[in-house]
Design a protein around this ligand. Structure first.
Ligand SMILES: Nc1ncnc2c1ncn2[C@@H]1O[C@H](COP(=O)(O)OP(=O)(O)OP(=O)(O)O)[C@@H](O)[C@H]1O
Ligand SMILES: O=P(O)(O)OC[C@H]1O[C@H](OP(=O)(O)OP(=O)(O)O)[C@H](O)[C@@H]1O
Ligand SMILES: [Mg+2]
Length: 284
């Protein structure tokens, strides 16, 4: 029994999807132009697909799980179970208008023509705001639509905003925030559920490791209590005596979010020789 996973064949999510599987210790030989392959050290079969097709494959159980943007899951309206956010492919689906458009609020989209590859999500957004507009569905290069007279506004994915900028557009509404997710078939067999749990366990260990850093520092013993009180650690910090009398080495794990604030306080409290090391896997 194998777990079948669908990932993007090429495009924005392809490399990060493969990288995540590798970080989970799963080896897949991704031969050029191969549409299907198997992992050598985990019961996993990998299908390489267009991202638009992935939700349908999962709804039908042709693939047991898949890695796809939340934006695609919502647009396709397929019945899939979102089991984990993966922390990559972060972007937003936004409304944008030409720079010269005097935009004061959603009501200004009334009676406009909006070009998008996300007609379902845009329709829901407009209905929610009681705005009537004409949705023009196009499958790509959405940002040129206003420039060639096809539309007055667009709704497309944005990350750095440089594509909008280069096309003379400004972002005016965020419709949706998105990232890559692991989606699963609703009726997995118990054996496949077990394999999914195994994979999820590894994914969560990889994600936690990325959000945390291992910190080692030297502390004078008379400052030890103050320094320890600044450190969370997984249980509590490890304290080891240094060869030099009166000094200790303190080891701990810090979350990326509070990292810089805590480092500053540690230094102020007398810590020296602070080393910060990436963590590869973290199991709590
Ligand atoms: N600029 C971006 N920054 C980060 N993530 C993005 C960006 N653009 C798109 N994404 C995410 O990556 C997913 C895939 O984007 P991509 O542009 O490769 O799709 P595509 O052209 O439709 O690919 P396919 O050939 O598989 O149909 C999007 O659905 C979205 O979730
Ligand atoms: O805000 P930015 O950082 O400029 O990113 C936004 C662009 O990225 C995506 O396209 P992508 O580059 O994946 O190409 P595609 O249109 O061929 O899918 C998206 O459709 C935007 O056009
Ligand atoms: Mg696509």
């Amino acid at each position: 029994m194998k777990l079948k996973i669908a990932i993007q064949k090429s495009g924005r999510l392809h490399d990060d999807s493969i990288k995540l599987l590798k970080e989970c210790g799963i080896d897949i030989n991704n031969g050029v132009n191969k549409l299907k392959t198997e992992a050598s050290n985990f019961p996993l079969e990998v299908f390489f697909l267009r991202d638009d097709d992935i939700p349908q494959y999962i709804e039908d159980g042709v693939a047991d799980i898949g890695i796809v943007g939340e934006n695609v899951v919502l647009e396709k309206k397929k019945q899939v179970n979102i089991v984990e956010k993966l922390g990559f492919g972060k972007c937003r689906l936004s409304m944008a208008v030409p720079k010269s458009f005097e935009y004061n609020g959603v009501q200004d989209l009334q009676n406009t023509r909006i070009a998008t590859s996300y007609p379902v999500i845009v329709d829901e957004f407009l209905k929610r705001h009681n705005v009537t507009a004409e949705i023009h569905e196009i499958s790509g290069s959405v940002e040129i639509a206003p420039g060639i007279g096809l539309a007055d506004a667009i709704c497309d994915l944005v990350s750095s905003g440089s594509t909008l900028f280069m096309n003379g557009l400004k972002e005016v509404e965020t419709v949706l925030k998105s990232e890559a997710v692991l989606a699963a078939y609703h009726h997995l067999q118990p054996e496949q559920s077990k394999l999914l749990d195994k994979l999820l366990f590894r994914i969560q260990a990889v994600k936690k490791a990325k959000n945390n850093k291992y910190v080692l520092l030297n502390a004078p013993n008379d400052k030890l209590q103050e320094i320890i009180s600044l450190l969370p650690g997984m249980k509590s910090p490890t304290v080891l005596p240094l060869a030099e009398a009166g000094w200790s080495s303190v080891h701990s794990v810090l979350n990326e979010n509070d990292f810089w604030d805590i480092i500053e306080s540690l230094k102020a409290a007398g810590a020296q020789g602070i080393l910060v090391v990436p963590i590869e896997k973290m199991v709590i």
